[in-house]
Design a protein around this ligand. Structure first.
Ligand code: MLT
Length: 201
C-alpha cells in the first residue's frame, strides 16, 4: 500500500496509523498526528481503492452503502500490511493506534470489528457502523474515542451511538465526543482527541 512512515522520536511511543477520508491521501492527517503526539511514529496509508480517481479504503455501492465483500477483503489486506510494515520499519506491532476520518475511520472500525489484536487504541473521527449482524471480535478494554457531529449528514448521529454501543459490548472502553459542525473535522475535536490520548496512553 502507498504510505509514508516516520519513526518515533522516543522509544516506547506508539505508532499512529493514519487513515484519510474519501478523496484524501496519505499526507492529509499528518498534522493531526503532530497535534496529538509529535513524538509518536507515523504510518500513514493511502486507500487502495479508487472511486473515480478518489482514493478510498474499500468500495461502496452508494453513499453510505458499503460493498461488504470488498470491506472484508480490504480489512484483511490492511491488517496484513500492518504486520509487514511493523517488521520492515521495526516498530512494535502491538502498539498501533489508528486515527481515521470518515472512510478511514470506517476501515479502522472494521479492523476492530474483525480482529482482537489489530489495534491498541483508536480515534475515529466521523465514523459509521461498518457491518451489522456479525459477532464482533473481543476488545478487552481497548480505548476508543469517537468524535461525531450531531448534525452530520454523511455519518448520522444514530450510527455513532450504535458503533459506540457495539464496541462497548465487545469489551472496548469506547466514548463519544459530540460536535455540531456537520461532517467537518474540526480543530476542537482533534484537541479533544489529544486530551483523551494523554489520559489513556
Ligand atoms: C464511507 O463511504 O466510508 C462513508 O460514507 C464516508 C465517506 O464518504 O467516506
Amino acid at each position: 500500500m502507498i504510505h509514508v512512515f516516520k519513526a518515533a522520536k522516543q522509544a516506547n511511543k506508539p505508532t499512529f496509523l493514519l487513515l484519510h477520508g474519501t478523496g484524501g491521501t496519505e499526507k492529509d492527517l499528518i498534522p493531526l498526528a503532530d497535534m496529538i503526539d509529535p513524538e509518536a511514529a507515523v504510518l500513514s496509508v493511502r486507500g487502495n481503492v479508487s472511486e473515480h480517481g478518489m482514493p478510498r479504503f474499500f468500495k461502496r455501492l452508494a453513499e453510505g452503502v458499503f460493498d461488504e465483500e470488498d470491506l472484508i477483503f480490504r480489512t484483511g489486506e490492511l491488517r496484513d500490511f500492518l504486520d509487514e510494515a511493523a517488521e520492515k520499519y521495526e516498530f512494535d506491532r502491538d502498539n498501533i493506534i489508528a486515527i481515521g476520518y470518515s472512510n478511514g475511520a470506517n476501515i479502522a472500525a472494521s479492523l476492530l470489528y474483525h480482529f482482537s489484536d489489530s489495534l491498541k487504541g483508536a480515534i475515529l473521527h466521523h465514523p459509521m457502523v461498518p457491518r451489522r449482524n456479525i459477532t464482533l471480535a473481543k476488545q478487552q478494554g481497548t480505548p476508543i474515542f469517537i468524535t461525531a457531529g450531531d448534525n452530520d449528514p454523511i455519518c448520522p448521529r444514530s450510527e455513532a451511538i450504535e458503533l459506540e454501543q457495539m464496541l462497548r459490548e465487545a469489551g472496548a472502553d469506547a466514548s463519544i465526543h459530540w460536535e455540531s459542525n456537520g461532517h467537518s473535522l474540526t480543530h476542537t475535536e482533534v484537541q479533544a482527541a489529544a486530551e483523551w490520548y494523554r489520559k489513556h496512553f
